[in-house]
Design a protein around this ligand. Sequence first.
Ligand code: MN
Length: 258
Amino acid sequence: MSKVLAQLLEELGSGRLRVVDLTQPLSPQTPLLPLPPQFNNTPAFKIWELSHYDERGPAWYWNGFETGEHTGTHFDAPIHWVSGKDLPDNSVDRISPRKFIGPACVIDISVEAARDPNYLLTPERIRRWEDEHGRIPVGAWVLLRTDWSKRKDPKDYINATENGPHTPGLTKESSALLAQERDVLGIGVETVGTDAGQAFTFDPPFPNHYLMHGSGKFGLASLCNLDQLPAAGAVVVAAPLKIVGGSGSPLRVFAVTP
Ligand code: MN
């Protein structure tokens, strides 16, 4: 075995490296992104029992399930957005698995988001992070810590009023900087989608989706436990299901961290 892999296993065994689960539980109660009613919305997760060590299957327990690709903690592929529809290898089944692993850069905007639920990450704030922790490397997952996953009541989590949801996100200048100048793998967020709650009113609408996926980058939504990661120094593994032609999928995301 390679020295590095042997050391990885040894440090996981000794606890010097820890695995942090960044995934929310997936159930019929999992909160969903609310789109205006003229659009199709993602279905809630649905699960039904096939057998439970009973006459339907005496020695085994198993379920069937049905889900939207963008339900719960999930991966957004470039084909998800119109700006990425013609890119090569843009669906989950065609993305190289090499791209499912990358270093995590955790930008903590939890204080700003607590003060203003519509707070948007600015390029200045990104550069301030880089002044402290170094330049965001090519192929990084940039994770936006907002502590939004600590909002356990779905009403507080979606935070909608009559004029739509109010949740933090990124300015389009930040998305452009990360996608084009830093060449990141993608953006991960604690909110229900990778754009701010009010991003349907922005120009272009949902600019983070537009710019990231138009540049062949990915998204991770509904993450949690970002407060357990260092600003830099962890590695994220985010491997979506291999749905043929899929635009995304629920997944188990975790980080390996000192
Ligand atoms: Mn999505």
